[in-house]
Design a binder for this molecule. Sequence first.
Ligand SMILES: CC(C)(COP(=O)(O)OP(=O)(O)OC[C@H]1O[C@@H](n2cnc3c(N)ncnc32)[C@H](O)[C@@H]1OP(=O)(O)O)[C@@H](O)C(=O)NCCC(=O)NCCSC(=O)C[C@](C)(O)C(=O)O
Length: 283
Amino acid sequence: MTDFAAWIGREQIGRDRLTSQHAFQWCSTFDLEWPGDKIMPQGIHFALCTPQARTDCLGDDGHPARDDSSDSFLPPFPMPRRMWASSKVQFHAPIAIGAVIDRISRVVSVSEKSGGSGRLAFVDVEHVTKANGTIAVIETQTLVYRDAAGPDAPLSPPPPGDGAFDPAGWEAIRTLTPDPRLLFRYSALTFNTHRIHYDAPYAEQVERYRGLVVHGPLTASLLLQLAADKLGENRVRTFTFRGLSPAIAGEALHLVMRKGEAGYELAAFAEDGRQVTQASATT
Ligand SMILES: CC(C)(COP(=O)(O)OP(=O)(O)OC[C@H]1O[C@@H](n2cnc3c(N)ncnc32)[C@H](O)[C@@H]1OP(=O)(O)O)[C@@H](O)C(=O)NCCC(=O)NCCSC(=O)C[C@](C)(O)C(=O)O
């Protein structure tokens, strides 16, 4: 039996440059103004040092295939369905257009749990990202792998209920509908071939989602933009987010924020009030 703990400590090195073209594509994707000071909005690190696996090295789901070999950065848990579960992000310094980017990614823990939806295998990966030699972002990302879904498994999330999103108590609200064009652009920006974001028959028939799934870091990027609208650009120092339930393309998403006891609370809700993401930020 494979000892997945043996993956702890594996490292991957990434090198990149934040070109004007990439920065422009990020701003266009999110309908953002070009930054006059050439400092990019927070969240751009999600689109840097992206996986570079050749197409013939991709698994069925579109992510780089995992196996027992020393080249396999992530552990080959037998559960095939990958999701971005959560992240804890520290912003140390802004990232300027043109910066040379270095990243060291390291597997820091693996664990198996049992959840309401079945067996779950988690892997935590720490990414230390430097821009022009200075630490810019440290993120601990948690990925979860779930058992395969049977062909008749109920689609997730369940159909919208009778409830409704309640804006009461939130100080800032932005509503938008992430559609397949936005998802496609985000997949392209992050060089993420995961089929749940663009291949509707695969998402529905194989992974048993009710539609195309909105990327966790896309929702996180939108929440960071809401924070920037209210607090100013590049003000967030720590940001955590956790995916509670999949957001589906073509359905309204309510992004919200309010001052909490120790910083800011943020969240994303579906139209029927189902909470999709829980997040927090400090300045
Ligand atoms: C993950 C699901 C299936 C677990 O749902 P569940 O009902 O099975 O689990 P649970 O019963 O709520 O929790 C079981 C245990 O797991 C833990 N747990 C539970 N959730 C999390 C979490 N998020 N982060 C960290 N830990 C978590 C939880 O704390 C608990 O631990 P405990 O037994 O020690 O108390 C469910 O919460 C869910 O569907 N979440 C939505 C995830 C999502 O939509 N992610 C974004 C889209 S996928 C994506 O972006 C992909 C991408 C970009 O292509 C890419 O591959 O990188």
